[in-house]
Write a protein that binds this ligand. Structure first.
Ligand SMILES: C[S@@+](CC[C@H](N)C(=O)[O-])C[C@H]1O[C@@H](n2cnc3c(N)ncnc32)[C@H](O)[C@@H]1O
Length: 297
């Protein structure tokens, strides 16, 4: 039976609004990779296919590319990319249960997805499908270091936009996000007569334990590091549009806000941006703490 996910709801929005943000971060990971025509690449949680497209452009001679994802709507977005389809396979599959041959791939990539998975199980499956000497390359937001800046900004948006979220404001950020999303999906389900997704994103994984976990699973030469990427916005309005446009229901909530509340919201956001973003030569710079992991079979 098809199990709906959070991403089924936001697949078109992901392509339109989140990819521009994720794309420069992804380049940081891909700049460390080298591929030849012999390589076989598996991209886990491929989503809208951004990683595969970028790999294909960077390494035009690499012909064997497979992308898997649990969400059909995300994979449908991937199918619409201008890629030669006979060279790229897209398959709906769970990362924790790969229906793929053992010892097959020379590289497995996973971008911005580890926090959705049962980490140990997924790492075990990746190790199984990698060929001996094959490499795993992971990049993900660091949920711990992120919390201070990024989450506080997004939480502020949630807090101000969705009054019903206020009672959850004392919980940890990931719980807040889950709760608000669940409520949103429940509302959608009520009107659209379908079931809400049963697997919203979570941020339970601890980057500090990732290196140990990968070693325990059986990877060697495990190198887990922290880095911080920066995205620069010309003004507060640009930050507002960047965050508010990420998901359509933010836009709807904002559009329906009374004028007085809108004004309060924007001034609170401006104060929050000043608190959490660096101001460098008149631009607002937001830090994105990331975790990268490279490991070998
Ligand atoms: C934030 S998106 C990242 C997409 C892509 N890697 C990128 O960087 O643009 C996370 C993806 O993980 C997928 N996903 C979540 N849980 C999954 C699971 N258990 N197995 C496979 N895919 C999963 C979602 O459907 C979604 O497409």
């Amino acid at each position: 039976m098809y199990r709906e996910t959070y991403y089924d709801f936001c697949a078109p929005a992901y392509r339109r609004y989140l990819e521009p943000m994720v794309s420069p971060l992804l380049d940081l990971l891909l700049s460390s990779l080298h591929l030849s025509s012999e390589d076989r690449v598996l991209d886990i949680c491929t989503g809208t296919g951004l990683v595969l497209e970028k790999l294909r452009l960077r390494f035009p001679n690499t012909y064997f590319l497979v992308g898997i994802d649990i969400s059909l709507p995300m994979l449908k977005q991937a199918q619409t990319r201008t890629l030669p389809h006979n060279e790229i396979s897209l398959v709906r599959m769970e990362a924790e249960q790969l229906a793929l041959t053992s010892n097959h791939f020379s590289l497995v990539t996973m971008h911005m997805a580890l926090h959705h998975l049962k980490v140990k199980k997924a790492l075990g499956e990746i190790l199984r499908v990698l060929r001996p000497g094959g490499m795993l390359a992971i990049q993900v937001f660091d949920p711990i270091r992120n919390r201070a800046r990024e989450y506080s900004l997004i939480d502020k948006l949630f807090y101000l936009l969705c009054e019903r979220a206020q009672k959850y404001f004392t919980l940890n950020p990931s719980t807040q996000l889950q709760t608000v999303r669940q409520q949103h999906h429940q509302k959608e389900a009520d009107t659209k007569d379908h079931q809400p997704p049963n697997k919203p994103p979570n941020s339970n994984f601890q980057p500090q334990t990732l290196q140990v976990l990968a070693q325990e699973v059986g990877f060697s030469q495990v190198n887990c590091s922290s880095l911080t990427a920066q995205i620069s916005f010309p003004d507060v309005e640009a930050i507002f549009h960047y965050h508010i446009n990420q998901l359509p229901y933010y836009q709807k909530e904002f559009a329906e806000m009374p004028a007085e509340k809108k004004a309060r919201f924007l001034s609170a956001l401006a104060a929050n941006v000043k608190k959490h973003c660096q101001n460098i030569q008149g631009a607002f710079v937001q830090n994105y703490p990331l975790t990268q992991l490279f490991a070998y079979k």
